[in-house]
Ligand binder design. Structure first.
Ligand code: ADP
Ligand code: MG
Length: 632
């Protein structure tokens, strides 16, 4: 093709490159993508037709045609949907809408290395149209937008750019014509086309009709069932049909973790056909990522942007809700505050949480995969949805320093020693980091399990929720935790213990005083620890101060953020601390003790993933110590 008057955006070119050179055995999916777009276009026209009679189209007239021209070796997918004008063609077929798409596709392409990447998921990334170039040397899109007079023709060879010009077209809608590649002639065969449409597009609500235009008297055949899948009885629907339906609506591919197809009648009536995809979408944690649950009113697609339909902590739920209990003429904006939508949402959330509970009880492996993919999102509900707190806490799972498989809070509480009052947790960026923390030492030696919190959201819901079954959530990096109190054996010795502790505190008074002078206001306090066994020191947050992990989050957001000073806990049983104490009592080498104190403090910071407070001073003292260890 010559004479391209528009260049592809750099990203588009790159994506086309990846697509065209991708997995050829999956080429047939191009048809699924084109039919899917045609069906979306019909949905849009139907919706707009509700309020604008000029562009309305009857249900009977809505259809998708596959036109085969054996002579010219072309295949066209024709719809009488909403159509595209010049602007639409430029923006929809020349740019990549969703951020992150390019990076993600590049990643699949690189990961695939020797094998060709699996492009069957392409529809998920809002680039399904480009799949046409897997089978076509060139593609022509002829389109006339509903309500407009001028038609436009977009054409491209999928390489450098596209051509866009005015054209003639009588009917509203879009006709996409592929000039098939030499090795793609199979897509002219009726049986092949029929097979593909049945396989991927049977659930489409509009008829998909095959039309062999250069064959005389060829009958026009409808290739699909052409009734909305969710209106059929669940017992008549095969698992594969559900799967194809979900992939059509961008829920990813393969068997979902959970499929729910129910009809609810009562104060509010609706049908839901929803799933939890087996893997989470790549942008689930993107801040603008919202739910995309589709709302249909009486089988007319209304919107997939109704946030009131499902809370954001269930945004991984894909599928649709169809109801007759909302007025078709209600505007999309008004839906947000519509009482019927609120009722459906409430009922649906309850249903989903109950279903998840069932899975957690009956299918341990399934629930484990669910939790791994979506746990961090579901936990947002603990923060946002006070009403469902109990149900959500019940569904939560946590790793501990003792278990590889995450456990429920009930399991944790059941195993608590009698004297343990609180639910202990430690926050860190990764599980490994948590396991290496000195704070865990005493808990490990006393075999008290500690929950490991590695998701950012944990820092928000924990203070909000506060407790589970009257057991307080307690961070082991915050406040004073006296593990000796928890020793079953020590039951009767409590008084002795107290005396013992006082005695020990006294022994260390001088060292603590000396270190306070050295560290000044870098620390809030210095005290003996009851939870360290192997490490000489650690830093803890004071009772009312921000926990360490939360402070790290704040610091990520604001580089100038300086948290409150920490409390330095020292381990009176550690030889280093003991030696420092005796050295000090001899009043011989105060400076050495002071320098050791500085090093230990900086070390404790390093263990938390922080830079030394004074890197230059740290290095200087460190080198002095090294020199003593490595003498001439
Ligand atoms: P997606 O369908 O995920 O948005 P596609 O690459 O399949 O991504 O399509 C890009 C866009 O092009 C669509 O969102 C739509 O706006 C437009 N489009 C494609 N095909 C048609 C069609 N047959 N009628 C109207 N618009 C279409
Ligand atoms: Mg598409």
């Amino acid at each position: 093709m010559t004479n391209m008057n528009n260049k592809f955006e750099a990203d588009t070119g790159k994506i086309l490159d990846i697509v065209i050179n991708s997995l050829y055995s999956e080429r047939e999916i191009f048809l699924r993508e084109l039919v899917s777009n045609a069906s979306d276009a019909l949905d849009k026209r139907k919706y707009l037709g509700l309020t604008d009679k000029k562009i309305a189209i009857s249900s009977e007239a809505s259809e998708i045609k596959i036109e085969v021209n054996n002579k010219d070796k072309t295949l066209s997918v024709v719809d009488n949907g909403i159509g595209m004008n010049e602007e639409d063609l430029k923006s929809s077929l020349g740019t990549i809408a969703r951020s992150g798409t390019k990076a993600f596709l590049e990643q699949i392409a690189t990961n695939a290395k020797d094998k060709k990447p699996d492009m069957s998921m392409i529809g998920q990334f809002g680039v399904g149209f480009y799949a046409s170039f897997m089978v076509a040397d060139s593609v022509e899109v002829l389109s006339k937008k509903a309500g407009e007079n001028q038609a436009w023709k977009w054409s491209s060879d999928g390489k450098s750019g596209f051509n866009l010009e005015k054209a003639d077209k009588e009917d509203v809608g879009t006709s996409i014509t592929l000039k098939l590649k030499k090795d793609a002639k199979e897509f002219l065969e009726e049986t092949r086309l029929q097979f593909i449409v049945r396989k991927y597009s049977d659930h489409i609500s509009y008829p998909v009709k095959l039309h062999e235009i250069d064959k005389k008297d060829a009958e026009i055949k409808t290739l699909n069932e052409a009734s909305a899948l969710w209106t059929r009885p669940a017992k008549d629907i095969k698992e594969e049909q559900y799967q194809e339906f979900f992939s059509h609506i961008g829920a990813g591919f393969g068997k979902p973790l959970l499929t729910m197809h129910n009809n609810t009648e009562g104060t509010i009536s609706y049908t839901n056909l929803i799933c939890i995809p087996s893997t989470r979408p790549f942008d689930l944690f993107n801040p603008d990522r919202k739910s995309s649950l589709k709302l249909y009113i009486n089988r007319v697609f209304i919107t997939d942007k109704c946030d009131a339909l499902i809370p954001s902590y269930l945004r991984f739920i894909k599928g649709l809700v169809d109801t007759q209990d909302i007025d078709l003429n209600v505007s999309r904006e008004m839906l947000q505050n519509n009482p019927a939508v609120a009722k459906i949402s409430k009922s649906l959330v309850g249903k989903i949480l109950r279903e998840l509970k069932k899975v957690s009880e009956k299918n341990a492996d399934g629930y484990k995969s669910f939790w791994k993919e979506y746990g961090a999102v579901l936990k947002e509900g603990l923060y946002e949805d006070a009403e469902r707190k109990e149900a959500l806490l019940d569904l939560c799972r946590f790793s501990t320093n003792e278990n590889d498989d995450p456990i429920s809070l009930s399991e944790y509480v059941e195993k608590m020693p009698e004297k343990q009052k609180d639910i202990y947790y430690i926050s860190a960026e990764t599980k490994d980091q948590a396991l290496a923390s000195p704070h865990l030492e005493g808990f490990k030696s006393k075999k008290i399990p500690v929950l490991i919190m590695t998701d950012a959201i944990d820092q928000f819901w924990l203070p909000m929720v506060g407790s589970f079954k009257e057991k307080k959530f307690t961070s082991i990096t915050q406040g004073q935790i006296n593990l000796d109190d928890l020793d079953e054996k020590n039951k009767d010795k409590k008084k002795d213990d107290k005396n013992e502790k006082e005695k020990k505190d006294k022994e260390y008074v001088d060292l603590v005083a000396q270190l306070k002078v050295v560290l000044g206001d870098q620390v809030k306090d210095i005290r003996l620890s009851s939870k360290l066994t192997d490490s000489p020191v650690c830093l803890v947050a004071d009772e009312g101060d921000m926990d360490i992990a939360m402070e790290q989050l704040m610091a990520q957001r604001d580089t100038n953020y300086k948290g409150a000073p920490r409390i330095l806990e020292i381990n009176g049983d550690h030889s280093l601390i003991k030696n420092m104490k005796s050295l000090l009592s001899k009043k011989e080498n105060n400076d050495l003790v002071s320098d050791a104190g500085t090093l230990l403090f900086e070390q404790a910071r390093l263990m938390e993933g922080k830079m030394p407070a004074d890197p230059a001073q740290f290095s200087k003292i460190m080198n002095q110590f090294l020199l003593k260890a490595i003498p001439n």
